[in-house]
Design a protein. Sequence first.
Length: 196
Amino acid sequence: MEIRPVTRGLRVMLAVRGGVVAPRQLGSASRDTLSALGPEPLATGDTVHVRPEHGLDAVPWCDAGVAGGLAVDEHPAPAEVPIVLGPRHVELGEAAVTALLGQEWTVRADSDRIGVRLDGTPLPVPDGAGSLPSEPMVPGAIQVPPSGLPVVFGPDGPATGGYPVIGVLTPEGLDLLAQAAPGSTLRFRDAASRSE
């Protein structure tokens, strides 16, 4: 099987019958990039070992052969990413919410599993907005630091550090953002305002 470079979006998924053999720390094979805990990420030249198939007789075999060969749109439309406002949108004010929802944002090249960093016109940040108690957050939380440029927490995202969270991506929004490559554009949409 050949996996070619991704040409649309940012990631492809590979499922392996039986699973892969991977070193584990604290029961996980994942890498926490913020704290540098867990196994090292795969690097060029690494060999990935596959576990034997066991109890999978009823699962049909499918060899797709090639993955990652999708065409690139020359001028893709900005992704429309649904969010739920809160928990700190009131503290940031209506002007910040209007600015967040009213413009296109560009994914920055320094985005990673900790956070997707966005470029655009900075949100207005009221004085003292960064002095809240630090709070734990879920992936998809949209933090507004003093710069006014939103950061969307990823799976390795930390606590807020006292900066307000203006909204949280819906599960659909998380899926869309996971495929947003650096340089791609998006718009946030208030999921509660969708007409039924």
